[in-house]
Design a protein around this ligand. Sequence first.
Ligand code: HEC
Length: 202
Amino acid sequence: MGSSFFEKASSVATVAGFGFYMAAFGLLGVLPWLMTDKIAPVQSGRQFEQRFLPAQVPLDFRGHYKDLAAYRDGLYLGKKVYIAEGCWHCHTQYVRPVGNEAARYGPVSENWEYQNEMNLPQLFGTRRVGPDLIREYNKHSTDWHIAHFRNPTDVVPESVMPSYDWFFNSDGSLNDRGWAIVAYVQWLGSWRELPANKKEQG
Ligand code: HEC
């Protein structure tokens, strides 16, 4: 007699397994590879400046940064401090199109916002112990941020965010790293307000 039930079942499983393997290879391997030409080039230099930096140093930061170049260096340092301090353990930088996130944090994130030298590597994060920060620009005053980094519970009594007193000099003023992180959080999302980017938004 011909093949047993088990022999039939195992050949069906082998063929199905191979089929699924090929499907996964196609969908997750080949398809993304075919679409790599659709990834926008990373914006840098002058193009980046026009789309992502204000034309002048924001008022609150003029006392510390004497010109746009110094302010820009501050933003880069701020991003490094953000990574080094592990802020991304507790904060995301990506507003998802689900769960009314837009109502809580602001406009849903779009791909063009991340494809530039300041937002790469993306700091999407995976945990939200604290709020998403990609729309932090203008949510609080600069003074609020300074007080908050010094001692979060002074301004948000129930906060579990640690205090960052090493951002401050012994006289209580911000040091370079402190100015940099405040400038960085006050910059996050500001690019959506710049004229060059208004056309991108639906
Ligand atoms: C242990 C988790 C934790 C870490 C680490 C942490 N935060 Fe927070 N953060 C929070 C929580 C919780 C809140 C909400 C309560 C509050 O405002 O303090 C918050 C609030 C904030 C806010 C105000 C957000 C808003 O819109 O009200 C900012 C800005 C912020 N964090 C920046 C930072 C930065 C920058 C770092 C790294 C230097 C950092 N946080 C590290 C937990 C954390």
